[in-house]
Design a protein around this ligand. Structure first.
Ligand SMILES: [Zn+2]
Length: 115
């Protein structure tokens, strides 16, 4: 078995390099170099969307696995659907305040953006 592959425990998937949950691990991002300015933006997108649109989280210093894991947990938190697209997490509905708080709790410097 590849020692670098992500393994599963009862606490969820953890990074084999730092032992943190993949949802808050920055190893993948460090390997691929820094992205953005380190600030996570939580904005809203309503264009072409029905109802409240989606909450869009961009600038996360996570790899694909981390993004998917984090998206899964945030969807649970909001009780809604969502997806990972182009390195960003989309959560259905407007959950900006809750998501900024949740991301800060996880150690990200998250900011609300847009109106
Ligand atoms: Zn890690």
């Amino acid at each position: 078995m590849d020692s670098r592959s992500v393994y599963t425990t009862d606490k969820g998937r953890q990074c084999p390099e730092c032992g943190r949950p993949v949802a808050s691990c920055e190893c993948a991002a460090k390997r691929s170099g820094p992205k953005g300015d380190g600030n996570v933006r939580v904005g809203r997108q309503t264009k072409g969307r029905k109802g409240k649109g989606v909450t869009l989280i961009t600038g996360l210093p996570l790899g694909e696995d981390g993004l998917k894991e984090l998206a899964r947990e945030l969807k649970q938190k909001c009780g809604t659907g969502g997806t990972v697209k182009d390195g960003a997490i989309e959560i259905q509905g407007d959950h900006r305040d809750m998501l900024v708080e949740e991301l800060k709790r996880r150690g990200f410097s998250a900011k609300r953006s847009g109106g």
